[in-house]
Design a protein around this ligand. Sequence first.
Ligand SMILES: [Zn+2]
Length: 300
Amino acid sequence: MNSNDNNKIGCVKCGAEKTMVTLNGENYCAHCYNLIELGRHGIKEDFTHPELMMVSEADGTMHSFTVSHLVYDNVVHWYADEIGGGLHAEHVSFIRAETKKMLDSFYKKLKQTVLTKSVDKRPAGKDFISDELYRDDKYYSLKDRGTIQICMLDEYSIGFMVDGEKFTPDEFALMCGSFANWNMLYQMHEVSDGPLNNDEVLVRWRMTKKLMVQELKDLLRTVVNIWNHIPAGKQKQFELGFMTICFELRQYSRCAFYEAEQAADEMRDILKDVTSDEKEYPEKYLDMIGGATAPWEWDD
Ligand SMILES: [Zn+2]
């Protein structure tokens, strides 16, 4: 299956001119392709959603986005592309998720994408500043935290997209000018993770599969009795500690997805050796692990 830009051959099912997916050498429009994928899960209808979403800024600037989606197995990828601008947001959801709830969180993410600025723009005065980017009669400088997308400027050259505007590597370097001699700590995230908000920070945090599993072992040691059983009096303590571990597992999963999956498997095995008076044990906790390592559950 490949994305397909060749729009000359229409969709083999409905004849729509705009095709997005090639499946077994045949071109499909997004709608027909989604129906095939959903059909494999016994779902007959594609998601109904507005084709346009709009976000306005405090100064009245309006941003309009086209909304599209593609189903891949049991996950739906949502895309919002700004009309006449460079802003873009992505979101993933589970095929059985409620459409309204999913659209609400996608809209929230879209708003965050529009309203969170990673660049400071100032009107140029008469003094020339050599270590900042001068463009369109404005000075551009990077804020001390934010989100930068690595993008293709054209077919051959790589550059950066910040706040929906494209920058060449040289322009980008100039935007960092006011931070000369500083360090930039960075971490790669996929686009569906959304931008870093103004009130969020990235922290140095050491996490490995071994540490993650050890935390669960440490927690269990404080709550189980000699029969490896969690007595009723320790259930609340276990649950609270487990929630913290799952929160960390989710953060870990965001930057090291496969390692986090492996840690999750080991944690599941450990839980199976433990008993509890709690009726939903271990299912409830296995579900929490599942949620922490499933991107479509990350709507925080
Ligand atoms: Zn079609």
